[in-house]
Design a protein around this ligand. Sequence first.
Ligand SMILES: *[C@@H]1O[C@H](CO)[C@@H](O)[C@H](O)[C@H]1NC(C)=O
Ligand SMILES: *[C@@H]1O[C@H](CO)[C@@H](O)[C@H](O)[C@H]1NC(C)=O
Length: 424
Amino acid sequence: MGFRFFLFLFLASLPAFLAQEFENAIIKVDGATTVAETDANFICATLDWWPHDKCNYNHCPWGYSSVINMELSHPLLAKAIEAFKHLRIRIGGSLQDQVLYDIGPLRSPCHPFRKMNDGLFGFSKGCLRMSRWDELNRLFSQTGVILTFGLNALYGRHQIRKGTWGGVWDSSNTQNFIKYTISKGYQIDSWEFGNELSGSGVGASVNAEQYGKDLINLKAIINKMYNNSNVKPLLVAPGGFYEQDWYAKLLQVSGSSTVNVVTHHIYNLGAGVDPNLVSKILNPHYLSRVEETFKSLDKTLQTWGPWASAWVGESGGAYNSGGQLVSNTFVNSFWYLDQLGMASKYHTKVYCRQTLIGGNYGLLNTTTLVPNPDYYSALLWHRLMGKGVLAVDSTASPFLRSYAHCSKGKVSALSILFFFFFFF
Ligand SMILES: *[C@@H]1O[C@H](CO)[C@@H](O)[C@H](O)[C@H]1NC(C)=O
Ligand SMILES: *[C@@H]1O[C@H](CO)[C@@H](O)[C@H](O)[C@H]1NC(C)=O
């Protein structure tokens, strides 16, 4: 764009019931330069592995929504995905590093997940049958899904002390799985390595040095196996919580151009059972705290991994299945839309919402598959907000959040998102 323009917006009249706190504000959107650029398909949603008997206290919000048992032929499912034309889906979650792919020789028998007290996250190892993988891919290809698949990064390792896993990753099962996937012609956008094993880990952790070496190995496997393909899947890692030293080390050890995408998870609202979730969601000062994480990751990538881009690989607001009667309601969009805006500003290319289905934070209702309010927030964002992120300068109170992007598919047009936090 060769010209420069500013957009002035005067919010001169707030609703009458706020009259005693009447306020003028000037919001300037600089349409001449973009401050960041997202991927064309920024919106992403996750599918998890949790079986129906994953419960929090007496509440079991997962139903039959897992990769392994969800009803793939439900008519609302395909419709919900197709509305995006190309929806990114990331398959992953806590149990990902216990999934065996039922192809080729295995270290232990391929059985479904079952409850096991001393198992990681309270479950045994699980099994992805190739017939199920075929069915999933049929759905994905029919509905235009862009798929990120999270691989088991603990295979072949052992626990060296509580919560810490060591040893070299055994790539054999993954190799057979990728070979099968290629032989069937299934399109994979990206292979992700591991789930929440970074830093001090959630259920398990692996040190960054070993992780980096295993990534070099996986990259070589992908390069070799996709040698004859014209599109090569991206390598994504580590899909965990951001800890600066660990992430920096991972990039140094794995080296230039090994990892294409650095993923991190966000659960900045705390535990799903917290009775104060709503007041956190409606407090802009609270919501802004996580800005530090985006800033720091951005800096780490500039310093140690300029070849890689940042994605939020999983983010559900409140952890442990989300907040009942909160994460699936209208108020949650104040958190969600703010996250989409904030992440874009800090050079995040893709933002994966936990979940498409399952838990209390599904974009779709777990049992009926009817869209929840956040589904429409995601769709609205996807249809209106283009790749170019614009700088917004605002004199308004922190209770007015504003984000601006170039409009999707239009030249010289802006999409501006405002939302105001009301208190009664
Ligand atoms: C990739 O394929 C080309 C020819 O198709 C071959 O010359 C080359 O050695 C292969 N590279 C690897 C790493 O297998
Ligand atoms: C799904 O919808 C049913 C029926 O409206 C409702 O009772 C239930 O709480 C919803 N579940 C979730 C997880 O949103």
